[in-house]
Write a protein of this length. Structure first.
Length: 327
């Protein structure tokens, strides 16, 4: 890497998603188009721009063969690919109503980031052996129920705020604090799960996680600055966050995640020799974890990230508590 690459975007120096999202402070003025061209395109993506992984990071043959592990990965990356495609489309109104050039440039780069994520997730399925000609149709069919029950309500909620109401900071809050704030820990879990099994899969997850650090931290700075300059907006922001949490409480995402984690569990047992004593988090061997434990840990990471980012913005973390705990 060259010295022009910011450390948080450097493949070797960037922190993990959890540490980066909790500890780094970045703003839109720093993460402009010049930053993206130098630190992201020539830094994070160097030698990984086409597939999301280095050519030397291969997909092992056993993941190309039928079995629960391959099925789990196809479901995970298929759903994530569709989610990122939808995220790309959602970001167009953000660019359109951005209040200043720094925000416009940042969200233009995030739109490209999400489009790239969707592409590398999809194309990884081709690397696993899915046919390229029917890939988009196959993903749509595979994820139809997930799209209807999980993604569509989130899309409707977000577009109402950012497109129909033209509320830019409200849209920032929904995308970063609610949507990415909930999904980012699952991305962290993905990187940890697949790294010992597939170098290519682990690198794809690593690269997308580096991007997510930037998305989360810059959005937090935008909101922090907006609240400080417009304290009267604070009640509106709190209500949006409460409504976003209520929305997520009503969405059956757990059943989709647990299903593929159960497949992963079966596949992990079949390939235990490839995992050995690898620890998915400190002191805990991945082979000793269960689907519920991995899901619950991702939720714990969500809470930890929320506490950190909300404190940075000067907002009470209790607003992100579930309806049941605040009733």
């Amino acid at each position: 890497m060259t010295s022009s690459v910011a450390p948080e975007a450097d493949w070797d120096l960037a922190p993990g998603l959890l540490d980066g999202a909790k500890e780094l402070t970045l703003g839109p003025e720093e993460c402009d188009l010049a930053y993206w061209f130098t630190s992201v395109a020539q830094g994070t993506l160097r030698d990984r721009g086409e597939t999301g992984h280095h050519k030397d990071a291969v997909v092992p043959d056993f993941l190309k063969e039928p079995g629960p592990l391959r099925e789990a990965l196809i479901l995970e990356f298929g759903f994530r690919g569709l989610s990122e495609e939808i995220a790309t489309r959602l970001l167009a109104p953000y660019v359109a109503i951005a209040p200043g050039v720094p925000e416009l440039e940042f969200y233009a780069t995030q739109l490209i980031d999400e489009a790239r994520h969707a592409r590398v997730f999809r194309n990884h399925l081709v690397e696993l052996g899915m046919p390229a000609k029917t890939l988009l149709r196959d993903i749509d069919e595979m994820a139809a129920d997930y799209r209807t029950r999980v993604l569509d309500p989130v899309v409707d909620f977000t577009l109402d705020i950012v497109r129909d109401q033209g509320d830019f900071p409200g849209g920032v809050a929904v995308f970063a604090i609610v949507i990415e704030g909930v999904l980012a820990p699952a991305a962290e879990l993905s990187e940890r799960k697949w790294t010992p099994l597939s170098p290519a899969t682990g690198e794809i997850s690593r690269g997308t996680a580096i991007d997510e650090i930037r998305h989360l931290t810059v959005a937090s700075t935008i909101l922090k600055n907006h609240i400080e300059a417009n304290p009267g907006y604070r009640p509106r922001l709190m209500e949006i966050l409460r409504s976003g949490v209520e929305l997520w409480d009503s969405i059956p995402d757990r059943e989709f995640v647990i299903h593929r984690e159960e497949l992963f569990q079966k596949g992990m047992a079949e390939h235990a020799d490839k995992i050995g004593d690898y620890e998915i988090w400190p002191g805990v061997r991945m082979l000793d974890t269960t689907p519920d434990q991995r899901y619950d840990m991702a939720e714990q990471w969500t809470d930890e990230m929320a506490e950190s980012r909300m404190a940075y913005m000067g907002l009470p973390v209790e607003v992100l508590s579930s309806r049941d705990s605040t009733a």
